[in-house]
Each structure stands twice: as C-alpha cells, then as structure tokens.
Design a protein around this ligand. Structure first.
Ligand code: NI
Length: 226
C-alpha cells in the first residue's frame, strides 16, 4: 500500500524543524547506505544520533502517535528515530532498496523495515525535481507532497529520488516495523478499518458495525506479532 498522510506536522512544527536544521552540520549521506546504495546516493544527512536529529525526531514520533491514519495504516511495533536528508545542486538518490534491518545507532536494537516513510519538510514550489519515485506492480509512482505531509510505502519497493535542480529538498525519513509484517495483510486490515468507520458514520445503530469490528480484531489477533 502507498499512502499519503496529510498534515502530520503543523506549519509551525515544520518551521521549527527547518530552523533547527539550518543550525545542524550536514554530512555525506553515504554514511548510512549499504554497498549498492552508496554508489547511487548523492545527498546530505544530519549524522545519526545528532542532538538536533534526536530532538526533532522525538517531536515527529509524538506527532505520529496522534495521527490515527498513520497508526491504522502502519500498525507500528517499532519506529526508527527519524533521520534528516537534504538534496540540492543536482543531488539525487538512484534506484535502490532499503536494507531489510536497521540497527539503531548506539543500541542493540534492530528494526525490520516493513514500511518506509518520508516526511516532507519543504514546500513543493521551493524546489525543482526531488520526486520520490516508487516502483510497484502497478507501475511507477512519483510523489512530491506539501511540507508536513508523510508518504508511507512498503519497504520492499525499489525507489529513487530524482535530481534536485533548483532550491533544496529537506525531509525526515524513517522505517517502521509493523505488528503485521505482510503488506497484503496490512492493506486488508486497513481497508476493513476504513469500511468500519464508514459504517459507524452512515449506520450508527446497525449491528454490522460491531460484527465487522469483531472480524477486524480476530484477523489482527491471527496476524499480529507484538
Ligand atoms: Ni531508500
């Protein structure tokens, strides 16, 4: 499932991120790339574990906890502390796959990257290029969202970022280990949850709402690991 989640951050929170990131020291993004990825990665990142990244990351994680669409779509078990990247002056990231396991810096904790997430921190009009391009069985999807919006896609997808030819594109990115590792099962639960919410609004007194909720939780009980 590919999903846009609007307004994860408010305009004020986006401005706070941008101001703090202006003070950060940016380093070569290849520091966190694997062997294949590092050959096609040309961007900058705030070093993993940098105090600014940690502070802003905590704000983003708290915002995610308050975003029902994220919680129902991702069914998160573990979320990697967000990292921050910057593309400018032709910066690009060629076609690659994200590593299956992310080791959280300075800890023994590992996260399986079931879902990848990009949180846009720059308005689309402020740069040219920089489209996140995700390939799946339906074709190629080009994504360039308003600042504050999140894009969620399966960690199993090949993807790339097209060159930024004007301005700078700044984003947060991170991975999620879901309670439901399989994308098809997760999508089915998401569709069922959305349908239940429609029934609750359209037919608030009808017993089907509680019956469908029963099915949802019994499927989740079968498929979830915690
Ligand atoms: Ni990637």
């Amino acid at each position: 499932m590919l999903l846009r989640i609007p307004s994860v951050l408010t305009a004020a929170q986006v401005a706070q991120c941008r101001a703090a990131l202006n003070q950060a020291e940016w380093a070569d993004g290849r520091a966190t790339a694997g062997h294949q990825s590092s050959q096609v990665k040309h961007n900058l990142q705030v070093p993993d574990g940098h105090p600014i990244a940690r502070e802003l990351g905590d704000m983003i994680l708290a915002a995610l906890e308050r975003t029902p669409l994220f919680l129902t779509a991702a069914l998160p078990l573990k979320v990697v502390p967000p990292l921050f990247n910057r593309y400018e002056g032709g910066g690009t990231y060629g076609t690659h796959i994200d590593g299956a396991i992310w080791q959280i810096a300075g800890t023994p904790h590992r996260v399986r990257t079931d879902l990848s997430a990009t949180l846009f921190l720059t308005a689309p009009d402020d740069y040219d290029g920089g489209e996140l391009t995700v390939e799946d069985t339906l074709g190629v999807h080009r994504v360039k969202l308003p600042a504050g919006d999140l894009f969620l896609y399966p960690g199993t997808s090949l993807h790339h970022v097209t060159p930024v030819t004007r301005g700078a594109r700044i984003s947060a990115f991170f991975w999620i280990q879901s309670m439901v590792r399989d994308d098809a099962q997760r999508t089915l639960l998401f569709d069922l949850d959305m349908a239940i919410q429609q029934v609750r609004i359209g037919l608030p007194e009808h017993p089907s709402a509680v019956q469908l909720t029963n099915v949802y939780h019994n499927l989740l009980r079968q498929w979830a690991d915690t």
